[in-house]
Ligand binder design. Structure first.
Ligand code: CU
Length: 233
């Protein structure tokens, strides 16, 4: 009997160790230990690439961009997507985002998103040209960081307000593509903004570029394609 109880105790300890390792792994998977992007003299640069479908399924694209040879796990290869769903940046830092879009134009239904919000100088660049808006006919996606509104006077742990929004220009319909239909050249949108104190935010696209009802399903309604986390730490 004693021997039997000892065995049960041993199994309980093993189960506890396995469970705590699983929790730890999951924790680190959700909040990466290091910042993404590259450090620059005056801040950090985050690169996002936007694709009409999984780049890892396109042999020509992978040949030219070997960093995309590996598909993400549990990945719907037909969904439009941003390459980096989980972004982590330092607090009180200038963040420059470079978004290279290989996807074509989609139908923007709310022109509010044509005006940039919360970015340095109120201007951004499209293929190197400085602009403060774009034509609604060339919008492909938007990149919008936002948060739940919190009030410091009611909640001492309230995180700082952060709202950033920029329209993303699509590749032209007559763009040269490879055999799989991926444009050879992306349209590059670049902008910068400053982070405040640490906080957890989300980013998402507000162009209904998905499938299903009015384009709000599929990649628009699934984590990690047209939305993700933006963590300031
Ligand atoms: Cu989108």
């Amino acid at each position: 009997m004693r021997k039997y109880l000892g065995m049960v105790g041993f199994l309980v300890v093993v189960a506890a160790i396995v469970a705590s390792v699983a929790v730890a792994l999951n924790y680190f998977a959700f909040i990466p230990a290091d910042y993404h992007g590259t450090k620059t003299a005056d801040g950090v640069t985050i690169n996002e690439d936007v694709f009409p479908f999984a780049p890892c399924t396109d042999p020509d694209f992978v040949k030219a961009h070997p960093q995309y040879a590996q598909c993400r796990p549990n990945y719907n290869s037909q969904y439009v997507l941003y390459s980096e769903p989980e972004i982590v940046v330092p607090a009180h830092t200038k963040v420059t985002m470079i978004i290279a879009n290989y996807d074509s134009v989609s139908n923007l239904i709310n022109n509010y998103f044509l005006a940039p919000q919360g970015i340095d100088n109120g201007t951004f660049t499209v293929d190197g040209k400085t602009v403060n808006t774009i034509d609604p006919d060339v919008v492909s996606h938007t990149f919008v960081i936002h948060s739940i509104v919190t009030n410091k006077s009611q909640d001492p742990n309230a995180q700082p307000w952060l709202y950033v929004g920029v329209p993303i220009t699509g590749a032209p319909d007559d763009a040269k593509t490879d055999d799989a239909g991926m444009p050879l050249q992306p349209v590059v949108t670049e902008f910068s903004f400053e982070t405040g104190a640490p906080g957890h935010y989300i980013w998402q696209c507000f162009v209904p570029c998905g499938t299903g009802f009015d384009g709000f399903g599929g990649p628009m309604g699934t984590d990690g394609y047209m939305n993700g986390t933006f963590i300031v730490q």
